[in-house]
Design a protein around this ligand. Sequence first.
Ligand SMILES: [Zn+2]
Ligand SMILES: [Zn+2]
Length: 399
Amino acid sequence: MSHLCFLNGTAILPDRLLPDAVIVCRDERITYVGTARSRVPASAKIIDAKGGYICPGFVDIHIHGGGGADVMDGTREAVHTVCQSHARHGTTTIFPTTSTGTDDQIHAMLAACGEVRDTGKTDCGSKIGGVHLYGPYFAKGKTGCHDESVCRAPKAAEYRRYFDSGIIGIATCAAELPGAAAFYQHATKRGCLVTCGHSNSSWNEMDAGFKRGMRHVDHFWCAMSNVSSVRKRLGVPMQGSMLEYVLSNPEMSTEVIADGMHLAPELLSFAWRMKGSKRLCLVTDCNRALDMPPGKYRFGPEADGSWFTSDGQVGWASPGSLASSVMGMDHMVRTMHKLGNVPLQDAVRMASLTPAERTGIDQQVGSLTPGKQADIVLLSKTLKVKQVHINGERWSPSR
Ligand SMILES: [Zn+2]
Ligand SMILES: [Zn+2]
């Protein structure tokens, strides 16, 4: 039995900051969170937070790649590289996210993620909470930087085999596609967070989806409908869109890419004020260019994914058209807090506990709470990642 104790820092709890915190862990679990020095076992190894923050490891439900690899490359090596690159940014649980791809490419990705998850070694970096089946069930015209030639409507014979992998925790489909209702119902039965994205759906289509278990919308404001886009598709009278549906339904959650490049500060702040920190997640939606030099990269599979350019700040599909982010979750938390003017404990909750709750893994991870896995990140006073602990072990990059 080994004890680990974090001292001399401010703990970031879901609803408040706790100065002078004492966090005790035994083996891989957190056993105490408070301020009593008397709770530090004599044999404990002390970790000094040096006046910074003691933060729960981040949980990212929308993540394509990092460190030069995309999870759609479909190899164990690629998934491992992505896990390593995001751990460096304080993310301790990820949901690797499919882009549009062929049936074979999606199966290869699911198998590679399963292999990495099942090795169960924390030196891999971020743990895999599950896969986000994101592409290929997008609406044509709303595919963004994804390859449109392989986007399609959901067919049970195809997606049942994806779910049979047993690793899918989040499932996306555009609500207006034929077969969406059956997809939502099936994904709900499989215990997934069911989401609508890359869609031009109307209020009524959203409501029909909601009745089949859909509860979340991917990257708010990006590749989704608004009143005028629905009007172009369905005519007058003007109808509600995904935007009004999400804002008005308290059961619906959503997510923002808080890199400061996709959405202006007032939209970040607006999303938080409207949905609150229990229904809004921060996501990176990060592609393979994280921690890579500016240049041209493939979005999705290395073999035939569409090209984008990273300028080191964000990805561009073409001038004026974004192709997902190139930043880690630490950057998103800093941006939400500093530019979005959101209190630090709320920004961190949206990057940890809220995504864990929405995906049903909050009994294990997502906050500094006794009984949970000791996934703990030390941040400096300026919120830079200093140390990462996964399952109570200090993690350092292996490559
Ligand atoms: Zn997207
Ligand atoms: Zn994405």
